[in-house]
Design a protein around this ligand. Structure first.
Ligand SMILES: NC(=O)c1ccc[n+]([C@@H]2O[C@H](COP(=O)([O-])OP(=O)(O)OC[C@H]3O[C@@H](n4cnc5c(N)ncnc54)[C@H](OP(=O)(O)O)[C@@H]3O)[C@@H](O)[C@H]2O)c1
Length: 328
């Protein structure tokens, strides 16, 4: 990370804040920290500078729910003109008890992906990611299944039942939480993180060859604000239990370290989802191999749905075989 420029979303609390701190300690030349309001993110940047004694933090206003905010943030980055080496798309949330939609009609826990897609595609189009850039987006264990109180939607079955087998329309319904999607906050979260894992796989196929993207679950870190909006079963039942089981919970620093670790992964594992070992929420990360995560039709459907909802596409990079031909 030495001398590189990092951009971290959602740094006003929790893991984004912890990651920004770690990046400064790793020697980053600049850490762009983002938050929904400039006033709050300026406060975070000042607090980070005071804690680390490093003058590397640059605040940037970025509300991922608002396309106009993403556009302004991009315009500001274009003005600064310095390519980002490490793009850490950390912002996310376990959604509210009561269903909430953004002005663009996107369910609250799905909205960060739409904003992150707009930001990433905007940076790619403006040539503001360095040739060997690493992109990490926050995933979570519920995307692979087997987490009590959280379940993801069986997309092929849902598409077959309500969308004549059209998976892109089915993913769009999940992103918008309707039609035919029953609102269960924890399940909306599991679906949001599953769509992220699929989006990562599809983006990896489109990135220029030196770049790589991964979904990384930071693992359980209950001392953040992640469940501030969640219902009582999670807050007062599951989390206290998880805290009691040794090895199931980590400090925000340990969790954030997983993101930083992933910034060193190679292009060979681009597009993969890294999370705790089966049955765990902590410890080392490993590539997740559940078949639903690797279903290419679902990955491409997730990409197309995100393109449709966000209004932004990114053309595939040339296939590797074609590039080899050109070099000879
Ligand atoms: N903590 C865990 O146990 C755990 C486990 C697995 C995965 N994760 C993932 O890790 C990431 C960070 O979570 P955390 O635990 O650090 O939670 P947190 O303390 O609530 O921090 C989340 C950050 O994201 C920002 N954010 C959320 N939605 C946003 C939006 N639409 N636009 C702009 N900023 C937005 C928040 O800003 P505001 O303060 O303005 O809302 C906050 O800065 C999330 O993606 C979460 O899903 C966490």
């Amino acid at each position: 990370m030495g001398h590189s420029i990092a951009l971290v979303t959602g740094t006003t609390s929790g893991l984004g804040y912890a990651a920004a701190k770690l990046l400064a300690a790793e020697g980053c030349r600049q850490v762009i920290v983002t938050g929904r309001s400039l006033a709050r993110v300026k406060e975070s940047a000042a607090q980070l500078a005071a804690e680390t004694k490093a003058q590397v933090f640059t605040p940037l206003e970025l509300d991922l729910n608002a396309p106009t905010s993403v556009q302004s943030a991009l315009a500001e980055l274009v003005k600064r003109g310095r390519p980002v080496d490490f793009l850490l798309l950390n912002a996310g949330l376990v959604p509210f008890k009561k269903r909430a939609l953004t002005a663009a009609g996107v369910e609250a826990s799905q909205a960060p992906l739409i904003g992150h897609h707009q930001l990433t595609v905007g940076l790619l189009r403006a040539n503001l990611l360095s040739p060997n850039a690493r992109i990490v987006i926050a995933g979570a264990e519920p995307a692979r299944g087997g987490v009590p109180l959280f379940s993801y939607t069986d997309l092929p079955a849902f598409a077959a039942k309500y969308h004549q087998g059209e998976r892109t329309a089915a993913v769009e319904a999940l992103i918008r939480n309707g039609p035919n999607v029953k609102y269960v906050p924890n399940n909306a979260y599991a679906d949001a993180k599953l769509i992220i894992a699929w989006w990562v796989a599809a983006l990896a196929r489109r990135l220029p060859s030196g770049m790589a993207v991964y979904a990384v679950s930071p693992g359980g870190a209950t001392d953040t604000k992640v469940v501030r909006s969640a219902g009582p079963a999670l807050r007062y039942l599951m989390i206290p239990i998880v805290k009691l089981i040794p090895g199931m919970n980590q400090t925000p620093e340990t969790a954030a370290r997983r993101y930083i670790q992933a910034s060193e992964f190679g292009t060979d594992v681009s597009g993969q989802f890294f999370a705790s070992a089966k049955g765990k929420f902590s410890g080392p990360v490993e590539v997740q191999r559940q078949p639903h995560l690797h279903d290419r039709a679902s990955q491409e459907a997730a990409w197309q749905a995100v393109v449709k909802v966000s209004g932004l596409d990114y053309s595939p990079a040339r296939p590797a075989s074609e590039e080899t031909k050109c070099h000879h």
